[in-house]
Design a protein around this ligand. Structure first.
Ligand code: GLP
Length: 220
């Protein structure tokens, strides 16, 4: 598994934007999308390119449970940074937090492209260390490390929700193509462990080594 190191964050964002742009030319494309700070440049670039999203369906990876800070929901993040700027049909936007769509997010969805970031402890979506590689979409407890990492987006650490709904590792792995993005030196060590180390449920992202159509892009 190769980690492709790009010049800078701009190049990381535009490289992944090229792959998304190609995917949008497929018939009725289906994409899984992440939140976090890493995809922000990508979403900006995609908005600037004014692409046609009219036949696209998207599934978001995860959402907090019982979040009281309204503008920190992942739904809000996606609306603000992507959906309100593109011509997506609202009916084709799915969020993991909507329990009604869990079955869709667990079984048989033919996803063309899944985009991922990586958490400091090797989580993908909110599949924390110890998550089964066979896990389906479900509600999970967040680890202390993740709560601490994500507290930078909240007024205080006490405002960070302790639970989330996450797409499982199994539906993520059933995507036809997966791109993992990591931005910053602080991600390098966990990224190398995930891509070059043992395949272990202690580092959920390590399961990606077993995918046959997967690329990893990094910049520091
Ligand atoms: C959160 C999200 C993940 C994301 C991770 C990394 O925990 N649930 O999907 O990959 O943060 O975020 P960042 O890109 O801000 O480092």
């Amino acid at each position: 598994m190769e980690i492709k190191t790009l010049k800078n964050y701009k190049e990381l964002s535009s490289t992944v934007a090229d792959i998304v742009e190609y995917t949008l030319t497929l018939p009725e494309p289906k994409l899984i999308l992440p939140t976090g700070s890493t995809p922000l440049g990508l979403y900006k670039e995609l908005v600037n390119r004014q692409l046609d999203w009219s036949t696209t369906t998207t599934y978001n990876l995860d959402e907090y449970v019982d979040n009281t800070i309204q503008n920190q929901s992942y739904r809000y993040f996606m609306m603000e940074n992507l959906f309100k700027h593109i011509n997506m049909d609202d009916d084709n936007i799915y969020f993991s937090g909507d329990t009604a769509v869990w079955p869709d997010l667990s079984y048989g969805t033919e996803v063309d492209l899944c985009l991922l970031g990586i958490g400091g402890n090797g989580h993908i979506a909110f599949n924390e260390p110890g998550s089964s590689f066979e896990s389906e979409t479900r509600m999970v407890d967040l680890t202390e490390e993740t709560i601490k990492d994500n507290s930078r987006f909240f007024p205080s650490i006490n405002d960070v929700p302790t639970q989330a709904v996450t797409m499982g590792l199994k539906p993520i792995m059933s995507s036809k193509k997966i791109i993992l993005m990591a931005n910053g030196k602080h991600k390098k060590d966990i990224l190398e462990q995930a891509m070059y180390g043992d395949i272990t449920e202690n580092i959920p992202a390590s399961v990606l080594q077993t995918h046959t159509n997967m690329e990893t892009f990094y910049c520091d």
